[in-house]
Design a protein around this ligand. Structure first.
Ligand code: HEC
Length: 193
């Protein structure tokens, strides 16, 4: 009779761990493109840089669970969260935060990192997303513990529809109005209190 020795599994587990650590490709400007080419889930978009889209979509759809490595999550074209390999950044749940400049020519990474990346309203990505309810892997949406962002749903739709990296689409009047209000708010903020 062959006796099962659980210790014999350790090298095998160690080996798959090493493979996973080498898996996430370098993340650069080319990792990001038209937001509407990603997969929509309840108003945000997901992708996977390692081709594991099914698992990413499954976690996003469930609204609970841990996203697999390579997952890209975006609400607006200029901000992204990318899931690195397990253990890459325990403090941020292995998420790396990105602030991008997007134009018709593509994406440029302005800021990237873990606990110190801020959005264009001066808010720290991590400090806000860490408040998401446990089990949500720092995904906020609305009503799950994060402080709100100063964007209405119509503004978000309009921002997604005017991603300069995508083919242009005609905007309904309420989205044009929402963009006008957003520009006014950003201008007021830039001129300072
Ligand atoms: C003040 C809090 C706050 C800050 C700061 C903030 N976010 Fe968010 N973020 C939210 C909220 C709330 C939502 C959901 C909004 C909605 O669905 O209407 C959200 C949505 C997202 C989403 C879509 C998935 C989700 O969590 O709902 C991503 C990706 C994201 N933010 C990335 C970032 C990045 C990257 C930064 C920094 C550059 C950032 N956020 C800064 C609160 C914040």
């Amino acid at each position: 009779m062959i006796k099962f020795n659980p210790l014999a599994l350790l090298p095998v587990l160690g080996f798959t761990g090493a493979l996973a650590a080498a898996a996430t490709p370098p993340i650069d400007d080319a990792s990001f493109s038209c937001i509407r080419d990603m997969t929509p889930v309840r108003g945000f978009y997901v992708g996977n840089l390692l081709g594991n889209l099914d698992e990413t979509v499954a976690v996003a759809s469930a609204g609970t669970g841990t996203y697999p490595p390579g997952s890209v999550v975006q609400l607006v074209p200029s901000e992204a969260m990318v899931k690195l390999d397990a253990g890459a950044s325990p403090a941020t749940g292995d998420w790396e935060f990105f602030e991008l400049t997007v134009t018709g020519a593509g994406s440029t990474i302005n800021k990237r990192g873990f606990v110190d990346v801020v959005n264009k309203f001066g808010g720290n990505c991590f400090a806000c997303h860490i408040k998401a309810d446990p089990g949500r892997d720092m995904i906020c949406e609305t009503g799950h513990g994060c402080d709100p962002i100063p964007l209405t749903r119509t503004m978000i739709d309009a921002i997604q529809n005017t991603d300069p990296r995508c083919e242009s689409v005609a905007l309904p009047p309420e989205q044009i109005e929402a963009l006008r209000q957003l520009q006014a708010a950003l201008k007021a903020q830039a001129s300072g209190p």
